[in-house]
Write a protein that binds this ligand. Structure first.
Ligand code: SF4
Ligand code: SF4
Length: 140
């Protein structure tokens, strides 16, 4: 029986010297992964960040990550590009209609308490722009 495919969310940090290397190309071509890039950014210091989903078999993903680790690239397996600060959230609900995936939602509808489901967040950053209390911020 063939190995099932899974999707893993990752955040990759490329130090300046690694930015030019075609690592994503190799993930697709050499490891057969389907790559979906949500966000890519190069800082003024020319460090690169990528938030992406990779889909493939567990063994292909593991081999691909082993390949990525041969470069000076840091991998954040949680893919945490969006930070939600529960302590700052006043549960005002302003962000809810702006969140396309309901990653921000009423966790307790009776008390109208907002909660954050990191697995649903696609890091579109819409909530950062609209939150009046700076409860949402970008990890980069
Ligand atoms: S970044 Fe986008 S998807 Fe994630 S919680 Fe904010 S609005 Fe929702
Ligand atoms: S807009 Fe900000 S303070 Fe209001 S519910 Fe959303 S995260 Fe919380």
């Amino acid at each position: 029986m063939s190995e099932p495919t899974v999707t893993r969310k990752l955040m990759l940090f490329f130090p300046r010297c690694e930015c030019e290397k075609p690592i994503i190309y190799h993930l697709v071509k050499d490891y057969g992964l389907v790559v979906n890039v949500f966000r890519a950014k190069v800082t003024p210091e020319e460090e690169g960040y990528l938030v992406l989903d990779v889909t493939g078999t567990e063994s292909d993903i593991e081999k691909a990550l082993a390949f990525v680790k041969t470069f000076d690239v840091k991998i954040n397996a949680a893919g945490k590009g969006l930070h939600w600060d529960a302590g700052r959230c006043t549960h005002c609900g302003v962000c809810l209609p702006h969140c396309p995936t309901e990653a921000l939602f009423y966790g307790n509808p009776d008390k109208r308490e907002v909660a954050f489901d990191e697995d649903k967040c696609i890091e579109c950053l819409a909530c950062i722009k609209v939150c009046p209390f700076n409860a949402c911020s970008s990890a980069f």
